[in-house]
Write a protein that binds this ligand. Structure first.
Ligand code: ZN
Length: 84
């Protein structure tokens, strides 16, 4: 049996690792819809994954997460999707 002290110390890095793997998988295969491009996925006839607008989100933000706001971008169809 592992001691409670060791378990408590190990819990942080283990949870960080588990959440990082989850974030990677969700981001790559769902949000960027790469799962839908896999031949095995298509053969199973599963529904197409669209990623919930995540790719458009990348297009509308700069690396510092500020929003793109220039005239060329405002004419883009992806930008139009975000207008309410
Ligand atoms: Zn992304």
């Amino acid at each position: 049996m592992i001691s409670p002290l060791v378990a408590n110390i190990a819990a942080g890095p283990i949870m960080y690792g588990v959440m990082s793997v989850n974030e990677y998988a969700t981001h790559r295969w769902y949000q960027h819809a790469e799962l839908s491009k896999a031949k095995w996925y298509q053969k199973l006839g599963l529904p197409t994954i669209k990623g919930g607008g995540h790719v458009e989100h990348h297009a509308e933000t700069y690396d510092d997460m500020s929003l793109r706001d220039d005239a060329k971008w405002k004419k883009n169809q992806s930008e139009q999707k975000f207008r309410f």
